[in-house]
Design a protein around this ligand. Sequence first.
Ligand code: ADP
Length: 160
Amino acid sequence: MKAVLAIYPGSFDPVTNGHLDLIGRGAKIFDRLVVAVLRNMEKDPLFSVSERLEMLREVTQPWPNVEVDVFEGLLMDYARHKNAQVVLRGIRAISDYEYELQMALMNRKLEPRIETVFMMPAEAYSYLSSRLVREIARLGGSVKDLVPPAVEERLKAKVA
Ligand code: ADP
């Protein structure tokens, strides 16, 4: 049987416990999981791509089959280049569904050999997003339990 490689793409600005929940689930099912940070010129990020990669590398250490990478351009070009069979995405609530469905179907049109697989996080993370974490941190609230301790430290330093 051939090994299944999955790509988990996103902004990860910053990585949250919800992302980690999904990474843990993906690492159990796929032989290799590549967490791929999109280098997106349009967004105005809080953390630079290299900061996001550093945090991801640190917090994914417990999983030997998880790697961290960066990509730009079309996800399907990147996935093809990596010889991936799967793209992993998370669905938190119905509100994610419409956008994710559109992306998955467009990606299938671009590359029919790659399947998008959706996973749901634990309920506790279903309302958690990087955007909310950034907002709470900016306004001085506690992000404990929402992000790993290493990310909490960096958020504090960033907004101080
Ligand atoms: P993007 O800008 O591509 O949405 P994100 O970093 O916000 O990047 O999210 C990457 C992926 O992780 C998306 O599939 C998103 O639905 C999923 N995700 C984000 N937050 C959570 C969470 N709390 N639980 C599960 N999946 C999540």
